[in-house]
Structures are given as C-alpha cells and as structure tokens.
Design a protein around this ligand. Structure first.
Ligand code: GLV
Length: 314
C-alpha cells in the first residue's frame, strides 16, 4: 500500500505512520510526481487542489482533522472516493480545556476584573454558583460529547444539542429546532462545536442570539461559519471598554470564516471579544496516527469504518 501524507511538518507525520504501518510505503508531497501519482491512499490536512487530482487510482482519503469542510469544499476532491476523518484523537480533551477556561473566565468575572483594572477599580463581585450557570454545547459528535462531559465534571449543568436525538450520561440532551430553542433560552455560556455544513451555517444568527438570556457569553472553538458576525457584533453592543454591555456579555472565538482573521475585522479590537488563532484543538500526532494506521488497515481489508457522508458534510 502506498500512502501520501500532506500536512504542516509532514516528515514527522510520515515517520510516525511508517512506524505504525511497516507494510506500507509512506511518502510526503515532496516525493517525485511519478511516485505521488501511484498513491493508493492520502492522509491529508488542507491539501492543495492539484495534489488531490494527482493519484491515478486513489482508493481512500484520511482527513487529518475532525472537520471535513475544507476537504469537501476542495474542487480537486475526486468523486466517489471514500473519506474517513479523525474522531476525537485527543483533540476533545484539548478543546475541553479551552472551553473550561472560557466558562470560568465568565463565571468568575475575569472579563469584568480586567475592565476594572483598566480604571484601577477594586471591587469584588459575588460568585454565581456553578449550579446556576448552565452551559450549552451545540454539536455532540466525538468532540462535543467529550467537551460536554468535561464541563459537567467541573460541576456545571450541561445542555447538549444535536440535530437528531442522542443520550449522554450526565448531559441534558436536546435535538431538532424545538430543542435548540429550549437550550438557547436557558444557557449562560453557549459553546459551538458543530461541523460546517449547509444546515449549520450561521445557525447563530440575530434570532438565536436574541433567545439567549441577557448577559450570556459565547465560545466558538468549532467553525467560524456557524456565526452571523454582523449579528454577533450587534449583540455585543458598543465597541468601548465601558461596563455597558449588549445582550451578549462577551465572546471567546477560535474559529473564523476566513483564517487568518483579516486585519480589518472589527473582532480584533472589540473589548469584549477574545481572539485565538484556531489553537483550541491541535491534532495530537501520536493518537492521530494510531487512528490513521487503523483506518488504512480497514481500507486495505475492504472494510472502511464510518466513512464521511459528503451530502451531510460530516
Ligand atoms: C480542526 O479544526 C479540525 O477540524 O481538526
């Protein structure tokens, strides 16, 4: 089996895969074109269009990330080739830590204290009990479910939402349009971990934001396309450092429709927005390559596991 790996720092990934799959010939995109053309499988993250078109008899693709939006939107993607993606692979725990930090940031008033520091104001706020701080998690895939469990383990009531019904221990699960409404009206921090699909694009629009309780906060380690940015800015209120806030108290954002976030974006300088550069869940190499090796063996045995549904988008 011939596998071509494409990702930043591909040599390290190639070596890790070769170690786990000694029966395979593993190369990177720096291999000569005639070798690249012979690849049976691709293990890739955001590959260039031309690379996807090269192999003459491609049998399968492993997406070296959890979200397949970039791959599915790539015009070079050959039709009918089965795709598998990483499932959690250690990303869930990293994103869980990011979300735990974000929830505590608002629940323990770090945003308010920062503003107070700017005016040298010494004033303590009463702590809202964790039990009175419901957290909503939209998206209950491998990562969303892990994050929901971590936040629940910290003592926060967690409401999860997915398109179709799910059951997760310790989480109040909602589904469908009515379930989304029911979740939005009761959460103080809303976390977005949905995939980018036609059905989820701008799911957080003016209407959804208006359903959130006054003073709610938003955390997005998922995909930037989930949010209508104009509505977000309107809900955050004026771009000043005063205590006056809009309906939305603040937003911690790791994902944006265009990355890097363009310099002109008003999000950069909004005092109640925290911008991080898509760092919440870097793919851990070891766990990822264990999954890739397993996926390639399953492909080779003619039994690819849990392939991506290109129409659903995940
Ligand atoms: C990162 O954003 C991923 O989808 O893995």
């Amino acid at each position: 089996m011939k596998v071509l790996v494409h990702i930043d720092g591909a040599e390290q990934w190639r070596d890790a895969l070769a170690e786990r799959l000694p029966e395979a010939e593993v190369m990177t995109s720096s291999a000569p074109a005639e070798q690249r053309r012979e690849a049976d499988y691709l293990a890739v993250w955001k590959p260039p269009e031309a690379l996807l078109r090269e192999p003459v008899a491609l049998k399968g693709i492993v997406n070296l990330g959890a979200g397949v939006d970039a791959l599915l939107n790539n015009p070079g993607l050959p039709e009918g080739v089965p795709i598998v993606k990483l499932r959690d692979a250690g990303m869930g725990e990293l994103i869980g830590d990011y979300v735990r930090y974000a929830v505590l940031h608002f629940q323990r008033d770090f945003d308010r204290y920062r503003r107070q520091q700017h005016v040298r104001q010494w004033r303590e706020h009463a702590v809202v009990d964790k039990a009175d701080w419901p957290v909503g998690v939209l998206g209950l895939g491998a990562i969303g479910a892990k994050v929901a469990a971590m936040v629940a383990a910290d003592g926060f009531p967690v409401h999860g939402w997915s398109r179709s019904a799910k059951r997760l221990s310790g989480i109040t699960c909602h589904h469908g349009d009515a379930g989304l409404e029911a979740l939005l009206v009761r959460v103080r921090t809303l976390v977005l971990l949905l995939p980018d699909t036609p059905a989820t694009r701008q799911i957080i629009d003016a209407r959804a934001l208006a359903r959130l309780p006054e003073g709610a906060s938003l955390v997005n380690p998922g995909r930037g396309t989930l949010i209508d940015e104009v509505a977000l800015l309107a809900a955050l209120g004026p771009d000043d450092d005063a205590g006056s806030v809009g309906r939305l108290r603040g937003a911690i954002l790791d994902a944006f429709p265009e990355e890097p976030l363009p310099e002109a974006s008003p999000l950069w300088r909004h005092p109640r927005v925290w911008v991080t550069p898509h760092m919440a869940g870097p793919t851990p190499l070891g766990e990822a390559m264990d999954q890739v090796a397993e996926a390639l063996r399953a492909f080779a045995a003619g039994k690819p596991q849990a392939t991506v549904d290109p129409d659903a988008g995940y």
